[in-house]
Design a protein around this ligand. Structure first.
Ligand code: ADP
Ligand code: MG
Length: 489
């Protein structure tokens, strides 16, 4: 089988995250005619303390942590870091982080991932999903033969944005630095040279956005022959219209007996069906409700208003917040509005910067850095920042424009209230957004947040007809795909 391609992508700065016929140059692999060398994916040894528990104790633990499981032979959860059976080099990095105990998703997902199973893991924003897949990845890698020259990665993590890919990479570095596991992030908008050099030196973990990875595969800069551990972070996003064709091309290059894991905070019905194309005999865990819900550490405030009132409301909210020294993340619908609001705020003396898909990667990196460091505590963003980003001390999220769908709402507000901290979100909701009213109300009710009467009215007036509860298990209604933005951030 050959992975070399006939044509190459030439632009150094080409934005290969965009939709295109990327991957057309990839040879399809006939896996049925390929003899695959055996590899080990189950190296989980249940700790004696875990085995000693009664079935009732296990159920009680799951119930207390709101862990629900589905599938055949789901392993028991662990209740402490030491029960997970991580080697000392990982335990040392966990201690260095000062984490007291594993989060519920970590308790359940670690045994699932370590036993080599295909896994779907759904848990609230900010609940520690990254190391739920990253630490088992390291054990998986250490159980495989060393990389030979020319080998591609053993673990591949796919993520929807460049910033998230980099963040996951940093997390892998934090925990993998004590072992000799090398990693790199492969994403568009940045020069290819350093990424190619990393790939050619040999890396056990690649964290990638799909477009640039396909580019690297087509030009023969790496290959996926050694991949046996595949993760899709923000999996529902990776499988929606913007990414699905690219994901299929990438996955077709990976041996079918690999282990596949999918993580997200939201899991809409339509994606559930698609996901089953990539998983075998999968097991699933959900932390919290099976419906679409927001993290309960976030106080969700909905302000029903008109388009014209938004600017004044924004200023008065910022005035209130500014006394608190907290970071504020403001989401808008388009790049144009992002630039307009940024200009408007800066003219009014606010330390605001914007991040969106039309900005060069260098500027995106710089802006996010300023925001993380707190030098520029107000960030205006499109949905490019709605998924996965973990920035300390984001006290407030403002939805200046309501997103295209309620999943994105849950992810956006989830940039605050992370790792057990509290947060607040303000959402400006206009008649334009009426079709989301019903679903938003159920999210608010579930979190015991205030439902403004105007919002109820909108829901009753028929807005959002059948749109409610698209994430509910067994719900016959389908998502409105037309409302999903296709990578136009
Ligand atoms: P998610 O992917 O679920 O949104 P992240 O993996 O980004 O969440 O983690 C959110 C934050 O929680 C990060 O800052 C991470 O370092 C921290 N974190 C992860 N695990 C724990 C833990 N067991 N205890 C405390 N904090 C944790
Ligand atoms: Mg995450």
């Amino acid at each position: 089988m050959s992975y070399n391609s006939h044509h190459s992508y030439s632009s150094t700065w080409g934005d290969s995250d965009k939709m295109s016929n990327l991957g057309a140059g990839l040879h399809s692999v006939d896996w049925s005619r390929t003899t695959l060398e055996h590899f080990e994916k189950n190296f989980y040894l249940e700790d004696k303390r875990v085995s000693a528990r009664s079935e009732r104790e296990i159920e009680e633990f799951r119930r207390s942590k709101e862990i629900k499981i589905q599938g055949r032979n789901v392993p028991r959860p662990v209740t402490s870091f030491s029960e997970a059976g991580f080697p000392e080099y990982l335990m040392a990095s966990i201690r260095a982080q000062g984490f007291k105990e594993p989060t519920p998703i970590q308790c359940q997902a670690w045994p699932m991932a370590l036993s080599g199973r295909d896994v779907i893991a759904i848990a609230q924003t900010g609940s520690g999903k990254t190391i739920s897949f990253a630490l088992p990845a390291m054990l998986h890698i250490n159980a495989q033969p060393l990389l030979a020259p020319g080998d591609g990665p053993i673990a591949l993590v796919l993520a929807p944005t460049r910033e998230l890919a980099v963040q996951i990479q940093q997390e892998c570095t934090k925990f993998g630095s004590n072992s000799r596991i090398r990693n790199t992030a492969i994403y568009g908008g940045a020069p290819k040279g350093p990424q190619i050099r990393d790939l050619q030196r040999g890396v056990e973990i690649v964290i990638a956005t799909p477009g640039r990875l396909i580019d690297m595969l087509e030009t023969g800069k790496t290959n996926l022959r050694r991949v046996t551990y595949l993760v899709m972070d923000e999996a529902d996003r990776m499988l929606d219209m913007g990414f699905e064709p690219q994901i299929r091309r990438i996955v077709s290059q990976i041996r079918p007996d690999r282990q596949t894991l999918m993580f997200s905070a939201t899991w809409p019905k339509d994606v559930q069906k698609l996901a089953s194309d990539f998983l075998h005999d999968m097991i699933q865990c959900n932390v919290g409700s099976m419906d679409l819900t927001a993290n309960h550490n976030i106080e969700q405030i909905i302000d029903v208003c008109s388009e014209f009132e938004k600017r004044n409301k924004l200023i008065s909210h910022l005035e209130k917040i500014s006394a608190e020294n907290a970071k504020v993340l403001i989401f808008v619908a388009t790049k144009r509005v992002a630039d307009e609001i940024t200009k408007y705020l800066r003219q009014d003396g606010w330390p605001a910067l914007a991040i969106h898909g039309d900005k060069e990667q260098r500027e995106r990196d710089w802006v996010l850095g300023e925001f993380k460091a707190g030098r520029s505590p107000i960030l205006i963003a499109t949905d490019v920042a709605s998924r996965g980003l973990d920035v300390k001390d984001v006290g407030y999220v403002i939805n200046y424009d309501f997103p295209n769908n309620c999943e994105d709402y849950v992810h956006r507000v989830g940039r605050t209230g992370r790792a057990g901290k509290k947060g607040t979100s303000f959402t400006y909701f206009t008649t334009e957004n009426a079709r989301s009213a019903r679903e938003l109300i159920s999210i608010l009710r579930e979190a015991k947040s205030v439902v403004p009467p105007e919002l109820e009215e909108m829901a009753m007036l028929g807005g959002g007809g059948g749109k409610g509860k698209s994430s509910q298990i067994g719900c016959p209604l389908s998502m409105d795909w037309s409302s999903r933005s296709i990578q136009q951030w």
